[in-house]
Design a protein around this ligand. Structure first.
Ligand SMILES: Nc1ncnc2c1ncn2[C@@H]1O[C@H](COP(=O)(O)OP(=O)(O)OP(=O)(O)O)[C@@H](O)[C@H]1O
Ligand SMILES: [Mg+2]
Length: 334
């Protein structure tokens, strides 16, 4: 097996309760002073009956209403040089959090990630030079053209001059952007075209590791194929190691050498697409697809009736929370 370029060891990342209004946080603190003021240790919290950790865990002060979201839960795996390593999982399963951790944008609560032997916390500056990331919500100077945006991005990596401009045109053209669009304002471009510019910006710096968070979401079928071809080319011609998150099972199947399936921040399976498909028996003589595996492993088999009743339950829960909040507002105001 080839050289390990990314090593993830026991990584945990939690976030505080999402969306809790500031007045509610203050009211809660006034009502119930924290016992020890410490954050709970996600690794020490209890397991669910099936032995897995719940994604949302109660704070250790036991008041029962302060919750933490464990976005990434003791993840461990290694990625080898030249792999296209897929990360699949339902919405909120921790894929983007993992990518943000790898790209030094977040600090792990526990555990360690090394990239080409460099620790993402201690050697963050070196890691930043070795990687580049494309996120699903890439940001640009919208009044400027793709050329101007990419020149700006390249300068941050110490690249400039005529050669860089030539490379920019080559990459953007390769990704299917018309010459005209290269020099027009970004704000006049479709989302798919903007996504291609984001990919070009990442490729330009010739990263050793490319972190692609849903790079083809929102692209039309032809653009998708163009981007997928470029991703393969980066691996084949430049030996780039790629981490790819996607909701497109066919894309994952086609591109990835191995795939990790996340659910509630845990890895529920990690193997080659072929081996993953073998995990789920075929039904009615139909070949098992990666989608079948995904649905089976993430416990979200599609049952329209169950989906409707779950949605109604969710709406009910939101409504009762809103009522509770307005009652608390009334009490505070009184
Ligand atoms: N900055 C943040 N603050 C609070 N909670 C966060 C933050 N970022 C992510 N989370 C929570 O962490 C969990 C994992 O989120 P993440 O974005 O990693 O999921 P994902 O697998 O990328 O989902 P998607 O498929 O929708 O992109 C979710 O419950 C999310 O709400
Ligand atoms: Mg995401």
């Amino acid at each position: 097996m080839s050289e390990i370029v990314i090593q993830v060891d026991g990584v945990v990342k939690s976030f505080g309760k999402q969306g809790e209004p500031i007045w509610k946080q203050i009211a809660r603190k006034l009502r119930k002073p924290a016992v020890n003021g410490c954050q709970p240790d996600p690794a020490e919290t209890s397991l669910t009956p099936n032995g897995r950790k719940p994604a949302v865990q109660e704070d250790s002060n036991g008041n029962g209403d302060q919750k933490q979201i464990v976005a990434v839960n003791r993840l461990s795996f290694a990625v080898h040089k030249g792999e296209i390593f897929g990360v699949l999982g339902p919405n909120g399963s921790g894929k983007s959090t993992l990518i943000r951790l790898m790209s030094t944008l977040l600090l792990p609560d526990k555990g360690q990630i090394t990239i080409l032997g460099y620790d993402i916390v201690k050697d963050s500056f070196t890691v930043q030079k070795l990687i580049n990331r494309v996120s699903v919500e890439a940001s640009f100077f919208k009044k400027l053209s793709p050329m101007e945006n990419l020149i700006y991005g390249a300068r941050l990596y110490g690249m400039e001059g005529r050669e860089t401009r030539k490379q920019i045109v080559t990459i953007l053209t390769r990704l299917g952007l018309e010459k005209r669009a290269i020099y027009g304002p970004m704000e006049e471009m479709s989302r798919g075209m903007q996504q291609k510019v984001a990919i070009a910006r990442a490729l330009l710096t010739r990263p050793r590791i490319l972190l692609l968070d849903e790079p083809t979401t929102g692209l039309d079928p032809r653009s998708k194929l163009e981007v997928q071809a470029v991703v393969r080319e980066m691996r084949d011609n430049f030996g780039v190691t790629i981490i790819l998150t996607t909701h497109d099972m066919v894309e994952a199947d086609k591109l990835c050498s191995r795939i990790a399936i996340l659910d509630h921040g845990d890895i529920v399976a990690l193997d080659t697409p072929e081996k993953l498909r073998e995990m789920v028996p075929s039904e009615n003589g139909r070949e098992t697809t990666l989608e079948d595996v995904f649905l089976a492993l993430t416990g979200r088999e599609f049952d329209p009736e169950a989906e409707v009743s779950e949605t109604l339950d969710d709406i009910g829960a939101v409504l009762s929370e809103v009522t509770e909040e307005s009652e608390e507002t009334a009490i505070l105001a009184a």
